[in-house]
Design a protein around this ligand. Structure first.
Ligand code: CMX
Length: 435
C-alpha cells in the first residue's frame, strides 16, 4: 500500500492545476464587502483564508474534509479492540482528503514511533525548566528548540528549489508530531511526578504511547479517551488563533517547528485553548463553594456571580459556532458511556442545561452554548489526570496534527507571504467618511 508521502506526492500536481485554473478564471471576482465593524472587530467573518482540512459551519460544527465527528468515529480505523478513531487516521484524512486503510494507519503509528526520540539537548532543556514555568511555555520552548533538527531550514540554507519545499516540510511535520508525546510526557512527569519517562513502545499507537508516558498506559479507557481527544482537537478551520498563527508564521517560510511553536503560544491564551484549564478550575471552585447535587437555582446564582464579577463563563461561547459544539457532544457521549455517575460529570451536565439560558438573559455573547473546552477537563480528572494547568498541552499535541497538514499544502501550493493591509485610526476616519 502507498505511504502517506507517496499518496500526497501523487495528489499535488492536480491540486496545483486546480488552484491555478480557479485563480485564472475567477481571480478578479469580488467575494464580499467588509465593514468597519469587522475591521475593529477581530476580522470576524471576513472570508480571506484557504484551509483545506476542515470547514466550520456555525450551526452544524466542524467537518474534516467533509466528514462530521460521528462520520470520523464510524469510518476512521481503530486500534485493535478499540472503539474510538485513531488520530493517525485523522491526520491522513486532513492531509489527503482520503480515509486511510487500517494498514496505512498502523504504518503511520509505526513511523511516528520510530521518529519519536528527542535530541539530548531538548530533554535537558525541558529538565532545566523550573516546575513553576507553565507547561504550555515549556511545550512551546521545546518545540522551538526542535528547529535544530529542521530539514526545511537546512534545505533552504542550501538553496532548495521552491517546487520542492513541501518535501522537507512534510518530513519536519512528521518528525515534530512524532516527538510530541516525549515532549508533552516529559513536561508532565517533571512537573507533577518523578521525572521518569517511559520509553516509546514501537508496536503501539500514538495515543497509547502518550498515555503511557503520562502514566496512564494501563488504563484502556484513558487510552481510548486520548484517541478521541487527540482526534477531535486537531483542526477547526483556519481562522482560529492557533491555526491562523501557524499559517501566518509559516508564510514567512519559517520551519514547521517555529510555526507550530508560535501556534502553541496562541493556544495558551485563556480565550482559546487555555479555556480547558479554566473550565476545570471554575467547576472545581463551584463544587467547593456550593457542593454537588445542588438545585438548578443554586447553579444559576453561581453563573450570575461569575458574570457579574466581569468574568466570562469559561467553555461557553464561540467566535463562529452558534450551537452546541459537536466536539462537546462527542465528549459527552464518551462520559455517558464510561462515567455516567461521576459527580463532576453530573455537575457539568447540569450546567449545560442552565448556562445557555443565563447567558442568553445576560445578552452579550452571540453563542450561549458550550464549546470543546467545557467538557475535556472533567473526563481527564475522572481518570486521575487532575492537573488542570497541564490540559492545554494535550490540546496542543492534537492541534499539531491539524495545522501542520495545512502548512505542507501551503508549501505545495506556493502560498505567498501573508500581508494584509492596516491603517491607523486617522486613516480609517478619512476612508469611511468618504464612503
Ligand atoms: N461568558 C461571558 N461573556 C461572554 C462569553 C462567555 N462565555 N462569551 C462571550 N461573551 C461576551 C464577550 O466577552 C463580549 O463581551 P464585550 O462585548 O463586553 O466585549 C460579548 O459577549 C460578545 O462576544 P462574542 O462575539 O459572542 O464572542 P467572541 O467571538 O468575541 O469571542 C470567545 C469568542 C470564545 C473568546 C468567547 O465566547 C469567550 O470568551 N468564551 C469563554 C472562553 C472560552 O471558552 N474560550 C474557548 C473557545 C474555544 C477554543 O478556542 O478553545
Amino acid at each position: 500500500t502507498a505511504t502517506l508521502k507517496e499518496t500526497l506526492a501523487a495528489m499535488i500536481p492536480e491540486q496545483q492545476e486546480r488552484v491555478k485554473a480557479l485563480k485564472k478564471e475567477h481571480g478578479h471576482k469580488v467575494i464580499q464587502e467588509v465593514t468597519l465593524d469587522q475591521v475593529y472587530g477581530g476580522m470576524r467573518g471576513i472570508k480571506s483564508m484557504v484551509w483545506e482540512g476542515s470547514v466550520l459551519d456555525s450551526e452544524e460544527g466542524i467537518r474534516f474534509r467533509g466528514l462530521t465527528i460521528p462520520d470520523c468515529q464510524a469510518q476512521l480505523p481503530k486500534a485493535p479492540g478499540g472503539e474510538e478513531p485513531l488520530p493517525e487516521g485523522l491526520f491522513w484524512l486532513l492531509l489527503t482528503g482520503q480515509v486511510p486503510s487500517e494498514q496505512q494507519v498502523r504504518d503511520l503509528s509505526a513511523e511516528w514511533a520510530a521518529r519519536a526520540d528527542l535530541p539530548k539537548f531538548v530533554e535537558e532543556l525541558i529538565d532545566r525548566c523550573p516546575t513553576t514555568l507553565h507547561p504550555m511555555a515549556q511545550f512551546s520552548l521545546a518545540v522551538t528548540a526542535l528547529e535544530h533538527e529542521s530539514a526545511f531550514a537546512k534545505a533552504y540554507a542550501k538553496g532548495i528549489n521552491k517546487k520542492e519545499y513541501w518535501g522537507p516540510t512534510f518530513e519536519d511535520s512528521m518528525d515534530v508530531i512524532a516527538k510530541l508525546p516525549n515532549i508533552a510526557g516529559r513536561i508532565y512527569r517533571n512537573i507533577y511526578k518523578d521525572g521518569k519517562v517511559a520509553p516509546i513502545d514501537k508496536s503501539q499507537d500514538y495515543s497509547y504511547n502518550l498515555s503511557n508516558i503520562l502514566g496512564f498506559g494501563e488504563n484502556k479507557d484513558f487510552v481510548e479517551l486520548m484517541r478521541l481527544y487527540l482526534t477531535i482537537h486537531t483542526d477547526h478551520e483556519g481562522g482560529n488563533v492557533s491555526a491562523h498563527t501557524a499559517h501566518l508564521v509559516g508564510s514567512a517560510l519559517s520551519s514547521p517547528m517555529l510555526s507550530l511553536s508560535a501556534a502553541l503560544n496562541g493556544l495558551a491564551g485563556p480565550l482559546h485553548g487555555l479555556a480547558n484549564q479554566e473550565v476545570l478550575r471554575w467547576i472545581e471552585q463551584m463544587r467547593d463553594t456550593i457542593g454537588t447535587g445542588v438545585s438548578d437555582e443554586t447553579i444559576k446564582d453561581y453563573l450570575w456571580k461569575t458574570l457579574n464579577s466581569g468574568r466570562v463563563v469559561p467553555g461557553y461561547g464561540h467566535a463562529v459556532l452558534r450551537k452546541t459544539d459537536p466536539r462537546y457532544m462527542a465528549q459527552r457521549e464518551f462520559a455517558l458511556k464510561h462515567l455516567p455517575e461521576d459527580p463532576m460529570f453530573k455537575l457539568v451536565s447540569q450546567v449545560y442545561t442552565i448556562a445557555p439560558g443565563v447567558l442568553t438573559e445576560h445578552g452579550k455573547t452571540k453563542n450561549p452554548y458550550p464549546n470543546v473546552d467545557a467538557h475535556s477537563g472533567v473526563l481527564l480528572q475522572y481518570y486521575g489526570l487532575k492537573e488542570a494547568n497541564y490540559y492545554t498541552v494535550l490540546f496542543g499535541v492534537s492541534r499539531a496534527l491539524g495545522v501542520l497538514p495545512q502548512l505542507i499544502w501551503d508549501r505545495a501550493l506556493g502560498m505567498p507571504l501573508e500581508r494584509p493591509k492596516s491603517f491607523d485610526t486617522t486613516h480609517w476616519e478619512k476612508i469611511v467618511k468618504k464612503l
